[in-house]
Write a protein that binds this ligand. Sequence first.
Ligand code: GLU
Length: 459
Amino acid sequence: MSISKTPIRTRFAPSPSGFLHLGNIRAALFNWLLAKSLGGTMLLRIEDTDANRSGDNYAAAIEDDLSWLGLDWAGTPIQQSQRTTEYNQALQTLLNNEKAYHCFCSPEALKAERARQLQAGQPPRYSGVCARGSVQEAQRRLNNGEPAVVRFRMPATEIEFNDIVYGSMNFDGGDIGDFVLRRADGTFSFFFVNAVDDALCGVTHVLRGADHLANTPRQVALLSALMLKFPTYGHVPLINDVDGRPLSKRNDRDGMSSLRDLRKKGYIPKAIVNYLARLGHTIADNQLLTLAELASIFNTEALSKAPSKYDGAQLAHRQKEATLILDAAEWRSWLCSVLPATLVDNPVFYEGARENIVLFKEAKEWAAVVDAENLQFTEAAQQALADANFYHAALAELQDDMEWKSFCVRVGSVTGKKGRELFLPLRAALTGRTDGPVMGPLFTLIGKKMAHARICQHT
Ligand code: GLU
């Protein structure tokens, strides 16, 4: 479906009930890219009507995570918990026009009705007992203090809308049943506030998870009853994990689906946005692109109808690409939170280590190997250690400002060792490991004094 080139307004509407996971971030990214691709803006709306599940810390984390990724929003974030007046007004309009009504059915009665319908093989939906009562009777019961919810009178007509991803959609309103707008405790349902806010805030386009597709006919009917314009919706199939289950915080097996976890591991924004922009959205150009470049080629027609599969290896590949193009200043600011300043500011470190550090764990490995007073030895390193004679010979060859290569050549010539027999015992003594970053710059960073002390331990 092509989108007209009038200024558009999208929004990202997370519920602050946890940290953002990759599915949320992709929704934010797609809405941002869509807005920017057409010169529009994105709003941020914090859907915090469920006070029990919402946390201020999560709302703040959402803003922080989006800013960290480089995704901005227009104006101050909208907080649903602050908009009760607007929702009550919309609700009153619906009640005044008899498009909504008070329902006094008890939870027990509704539960029994549901069970009966399911047993008879029917889709469970409200049978409409209270829909048939008079407004006066409802008022009398309300005055008596009877608890009531407010239900929307769902029209039993065909509900049609054009989905950006799935095209023309048709639902039978009669199958849906009258749904709750406001609960007996005064809180509002998701369907209601989500739709009302989109309309009142002038949202023109919504890209959201396909798990919301079944909500859309309700929301279209609701906004039509309020004589409000409904946005153009696009439902994007969910991201599945390797086992085909939707990615979520609950089944986050490798700690990869929360953005916070990725940040803690050292993933950088460019890698994440480049990975996600291509997840369920085809981009011919396979290079790492900036957000502005991604926006310039974002195309709703390239959104896939099939679920996408999360691939950690692909994300790691993007991370590798993204770290390789960091300049010295960017590289230092990326690592300064996890490495000592003396190391991160050392140009030899940048030159030597940049190809080896993809995530913080490798950066910490380097730091430990360079700085540790007491090296920890892996089992493999212990086995690779040579005898004392070898290290005596090596110590005798160690000179000030010596490069790794010349050191090896000299140790090789006096001990007669070569290849692994030469390198492994040296690496093991100097780093406590048999694997890890390349030895050249590492040797320079360790320095003669420390190298001497480490080799000495094995003589
Ligand atoms: N708060 C909803 C969610 O996080 C918003 C859905 C939507 O984008 O309309 O799933």
